[in-house]
Structure formats: C-alpha cells, structure tokens
Design a protein around this ligand. Structure first.
Ligand code: SAM
Length: 331
C-alpha cells in the first residue's frame, strides 16, 4: 500500500463505493494541453490482462459497485474494449458508460452499443480544427466528428460532450458548443481546468463556472444549478426556451465536491485509487490475476478506508494534485 501522510487508513466510509472508473489503459493518442506535457511522458509497464479485468469487475460488484465508467488514457485504444464492455454488460449494473476522445469511435460505436454500453461522454473542447489541433497537440477534428456521428447513429441512451474551458483558447466558443450539441441531442458540459498534472500549470487560465454561466445567461435559466442523482459532480441549468435541454458545469477548482463522493478508480495496472487528487492507492493487480473476486472485494474495502474525508479534503485544489496524472489515474 502506498499512502501519503494525509490519507491514513481509517474506518471505511459508511457507504461502500457505488461508482467506479476503470482506466483500461493509460495510453492515449492525444496530448491535451491541460492533461500531459507531450506524447512521450511515459506509460505504465504493467497493465492488467483481460481475465484479470474480469475478476476485478466481479470483485467490484461484490463490494457494492453499481455504476461503471470505462476511461483512461483512451479506452478505445485497448484491443479488448468491446469484450470488456460485453462482460460488464452481463453483470446487471445500473449504469455502464465510457469516456472517450472519439478518435476511434467511428469504428467502435455500433459494437459498443451492441455489447451493452448505455451512455457515452465525448471529450471535445472546440469545433475549430486549428484550435483542436493546438489543444490536443496534433489531433484531427474531422475524425472526432465522424466518431460523434457514429455514436449518434448507434442510439446510446445518452451522449454528453465534455469541454475543458481554457482562457484565451476556447472560452469564446461556449455558445457555439452549446448550440451545436443541442441540435444533435447531446448534453454539453463545461469543465473548469483542474489543478491536476499539466492543469496545475494553467492556474491563470482557469475560467470559473460562474463566468461560464454569465456568458450563457441569455440561453439558460438562472438560479441554482442542480446535480443529477447518482451522476457525479456536474450541476445543470436548463434552457430558457423550456425544451428540457440543459448545460452542465463541473467545478473542480472553484467549488470542490468531495463530500459524499462515492467514486473509486482502478488504474490500468490494477491499483485501487480512492481519490482523483492523490497518488495514494492500494495495489490489487496481483490479486486480480489470481482470479478470486472475493479477494478483490476485500481489497476494495481496504482501499475505501483511504478515501479522504470530504469534509476537510479540498480535492483537486490540494497541493498534491499537481503530481497526479489524469491520464494515469483514469480521469
Ligand atoms: N481519453 C478519454 C477522453 O479524452 O475523454 C478519457 C480520459 S481523459 C483523462 C478524461 C477527461 O479528463 C477528459 O474530458 C479531459 O478533458 C479531462 N481532463 C484531463 N485533464 C484535465 C484537467 N487538468 N482539468 C480538467 N479536465 C481534465
């Protein structure tokens, strides 16, 4: 077990983890400016094999997990992603979702839907090809847009768009992104740059959700933005035109949301990580490889005792967060 002084084992939180993010791989084909310095920043050497992932998944469900999201790195780079989704789809989960940069979504969307994937989030910060290339260090917007079209055609229960807003880069595009998303039945969400990894170098370029809301005030009802039950930290405002469309805001920096967090992460090497904002965790890859889900459930219980106390812990704004790799932990 690797534990920084701040996260000492303590009695497990009253509720077990209900929601888990599996980082199928830490590899990614993009290098977004707020996430990693370049594409040569190093990868894990030890990644779980498919059978170990299956044991991991069964153990998590035994431990009480009801909602799973596949992420990474870029989950669609994993050669067995559809097989993993099919396995998870047969476990009777309440929710099965995936977060992707969509560079490979055109070729996988239909198979993922058929394998039981319910919902998909596409990370897309801009609709401008040159800006997209700059923000992702070389990515092609046309490829991603084809992926989005394929996801729309596959008929997922829900598609969300996640855009990280960087001052001086895409902060003038909020309205265009909202209108583009709404036209397609996609739910747009805007994220503050979190002070995690490379994001910690962009503190002067954070756009707070309050400013984003002000920029979109002519489109959205005012009042308190509301979270959705069992759907993470995003808070939503509805369209003024009253058609049920909405916009989400994720305020990792201006308003941390650790209290009540029921989320556990599993890194690509099988490390159980109780918080996005620290490198603390409990190595469980060797347990998963032994093929015993009951032992994984026990390890989940141990890892959950490392969960920071949300009353005092300030998540992504804690100084330690700068040393975390979002790509490695499974953002
Ligand atoms: N490759 C997949 C993707 O692009 O969606 C999944 C992994 S990516 C790390 C998950 C999400 O984390 C993306 O929406 C990305 O924009 C976001 N992200 C990464 N670093 C961030 C940071 N410093 N602040 C806010 N969001 C960040």
């Amino acid at each position: 077990m690797v534990a920084l002084p701040v996260l000492q084992p303590r009695p497990a939180p009253a509720t077990p983890p209900r929601s888990v993010r599996l980082s199928l791989t830490d590899r990614c084909d993009l290098a977004c400016v707020y996430c990693r310095p370049d594409k040569r920043d190093g990868y894990l050497e030890d990644r779980l094999e498919i059978d170990a992932w299956k044991t991991m998944a069964e153990g998590l469900v035994r431990a009480g997990v009801r909602r799973v999201r596949l992420t990474g790195g870029e989950p669609l780079l994993h050669p067995a992603v559809v097989e993993v989704v099919a396995f998870l789809g047969a476990l009777g989960l309440d929710d099965l979702a995936l977060t992707t940069n969509a560079t490979r979504l055109a070729r996988h969307a239909r198979a993922l839907r058929d394998a039981g994937l319910m919902r998909i989030n596409v990370s897309l910060d801009t609709l401008d090809p040159a800006r997209f290339r700059r923000m992702t260090r070389g990515g092609r917007l046309d490829v991603v847009l084809r992926g989005v079209d394929a996801a729309l055609a596959a008929g997922f229960d829900e598609i969300k768009l996640n855009a990280v807003v960087v001052r001086g880069e895409n902060d003038g595009e909020l309205e265009d992104i909202v209108r583009w998303s709404w036209e397609r039945g996609i739910v747009p969400r805007f994220l503050e740059v979190m002070h995690i990894g490379e994001g910690a170098k962009l503190k002067d370029r954070v756009v707070r959700a309050s400013e984003m809301r002000a920029r979109l005030a002519h489109l959205l009802h005012g009042g308190e933005a509301l979270a959705e039950a069992d759907r993470g930290p995003a808070k939503y405002l509805f369209a003024r035109r009253g058609d049920g469309r909405k916009v989400g805001f994720i305020t990792g920096t201006s308003d941390t949301y650790c209290k009540g967090c029921d989320r556990l992460r599993v890194a690509a090497d099988g490390t159980l990580r109780p918080c996005l904002a620290t490198n603390d965790g409990l190595a469980a890859g060797h347990i998963a490889r032994r093929g015993d889900p009951a032992k994984i459930a026990g390890a989940v219980d141990d890892a959950w005792r490392l969960k920071p106390d949300g009353d005092v812990w300030k998540g992504c704004t804690e100084p330690d967060a700068a040393s975390v790799s979002m790509r490695g932990i499974g953002g």
